[in-house]
Design a protein around this ligand. Structure first.
Ligand code: GDP
Length: 478
């Protein structure tokens, strides 16, 4: 039934597409990777004729009108673009981050570059931008696991040495529950909160694994408190399973199956399977700063996420994807925290991080590109002399309360920061053979609008947002 429905949806979407071409662009990334900032910057630059020299249609003056339109999906919240722009421009504060799925349709009227296609093309493209938490993609592997296996893996990981501080509360509650005993709601809810809290601590604690499923326990969306989310792993004894009706073992196993069927599958079927292209945002600098374990962990999470983009044909998801994603961009975000001289190295680290995953997932047929980018550039570059040595620095206004070397900022003062260097060889960095000096990493306030070359329009400054746009939509405006 899933397949038939998707096929029908795709068919009707394509039929409409003949008259009105659309492109569904997925924007994913783990929490705080920069999804909200990216979408807001992209839309603002397109609506206001931003400075985008690498975006061919814009640079060639072929873009006519751009405007926001009613989105195609009535049941998906709208991306709160206007609110985010107001925060950025009026308050110079970063907007609220992504917490669930949202969508925005931006329509671009353009002139084709070649006269021949100009005769046939309507010269109009609707870009449907779908913003969703990358955490949700980590749930895909759960579809192939039953409750006993999920429990076993989750409990084994929580018992790894060095996890006491993170998992202690959860394990204490877990060990107090006999899976064969009669279930009660209060205990189930306590187990769930302790387990979810442990997963969140893993995210916050940079020495531990940061990205453990279930994804909705980290990013619940609007389902918090529903039975499909109120469960946790148990000390399941395979010899004793299946547990009697009404026992913890039976109730939690049933809720786990519900989680898969009412939470995980609908997301992949109704939203993910319909994407044409995807940008995956990655905050690498944060991981590098946290040390080699965090970097390896990020690598593992990215591999899981990328595996969703190219599932095996025989898998549940593979059978749903009647159209396959043809372009995937992996973008290291917040490159404005480094001097331009380090951008190549940042790209090299990301390339190294996703290399194996890309090879494994057989991305043949899809173009994959990697870019170091800042959707919004909050700093500018400068050089300072330090004892005869030239130091490349970045200059920005740290947010109120940020600290560098004991100095506390008030949110009004511009300052020069030497961000530090990324190591030359990313492979050795990932293996932990060399350790990067901690980068000086403070949050800067968003910038003011800058004047474009024409001197007429004001635009949000960025680094390589135009390259990302060209890769993701450029060919559809050719
Ligand atoms: P989301 O959870 O993926 O939606 O993440 P956000 O887009 O809300 O970004 C999280 C935080 O990262 C923001 O509040 C900013 O502090 C920072 N950030 C994101 N993108 C950029 C960028 O391009 N430049 C700078 N300097 N900071 C950014």
């Amino acid at each position: 039934a899933d397949e038939a429905r998707i096929a029908f949806d795709n068919l009707s979407e394509r039929a409409t597409g003949l008259f009105h071409p659309t492109l569904r662009l997925g924007v994913a990334g783990l929490s705080r990777a920069g999804k909200t900032v990216f979408i807001t910057a992209l839309v603002h630059n397109l609506l206001h004729g931003g400075r985008l020299p690498l975006f061919a249609a814009q640079a060639g003056g072929r873009i006519g009108r751009t405007y926001l339109e009613e989105q195609p999906d009535d049941a998906v919240p709208r991306f709160q673009y206007e609110e985010h722009v107001r925060a950025l421009l009026e308050d110079r504060l970063w907007p609220d981050s992504t917490r669930a799925i949202s969508e925005l349709r931006l329509t671009i009227e353009f002139e084709s570059a070649s006269g021949w296609s100009r005769m046939f093309s309507a010269g109009k493209l609707s870009l449907d931008i779908v913003d969703y938490p990358g955490e949700w993609l980590l749930d895909l592997p759960l579809l192939e696991k039953d409750f006993a296996r999920f429990s076993k893996e989750a409990v084994e990981r929580a018992r790894l040495p060095g996890r006491e501080a993170l998992a202690g509360d959860f394990l204490a509650i877990l060990d107090g529950i006999d899976p064969a005993a009669e279930a009660d709601e209060v205990t189930s809810a306590r187990l769930h909160s302790a387990f979810a809290e442990y997963l969140r601590r893993c995210r916050a604690d940079t020495t531990a694994l940061s990205t453990l499923p279930p994804g909705r326990f980290l990013m619940p969306g609007d389902l918090e408190g529903s039975p499909a989310l109120t469960f946790g792993p148990l000390n399941v004894d395979p010899a004793a399973a299946p547990y009697p009706k009404g026992s913890f073992g039976a109730v939690h196993a049933r809720r786990y199956e519900a989680y898969k069927s009412v939470v995980v599958k609908p997301f992949f079927r109704d939203h993910f399977a319909r994407l044409d292209r995807q940008i995956l945002l990655v905050d690498v600098m944060q991981a590098i700063n946290a040390g080699p374990a965090a970097v390896r962990d990020l690598e593992a999470a990215l591999a899981d996420i990328l595996a969703c983009f190219r599932p095996g044909r025989a898998s549940w998801l593979g059978s749903l994807l009647s159209r396959r994603m043809d372009r995937i961009l992996v973008a290291a975000t917040k490159a404005d925290h480094l001097h331009r001289e380090s951008h190549r190295r940042l790209e090299a680290v990301v390339r190294r991080l996703v290399e194996d995953a890309i090879r494994r997932a057989e991305f043949s047929g899809a173009q994959v590109d990697i870019v170091a980018m800042a959707a919004i550039r909050a700093t500018r570059e400068a050089n300072v002399e330090d004892g005869g040595e030239r130091l490349p620095v970045i200059v920005g206004t740290p947010m109120a309360g940020e600290e560098i070397a004991g100095r506390r900022f008030d949110g009004q003062t511009e300052t020069a920061v030497f961000p530090g260097d990324l190591p030359e060889d990313p492979a050795r960095l990932l293996k932990g053979e060399v350790r990067a000096d901690p980068l000086t990493f403070v949050r800067f306030r968003p910038p003011r609008l800058e004047r474009t070359a024409e001197g007429l329009t004001l635009s949000l400054p960025h680094i390589r947002l135009d390259r990302a746009l060209q890769f993701l939509v450029g060919d559809r405006l050719a």
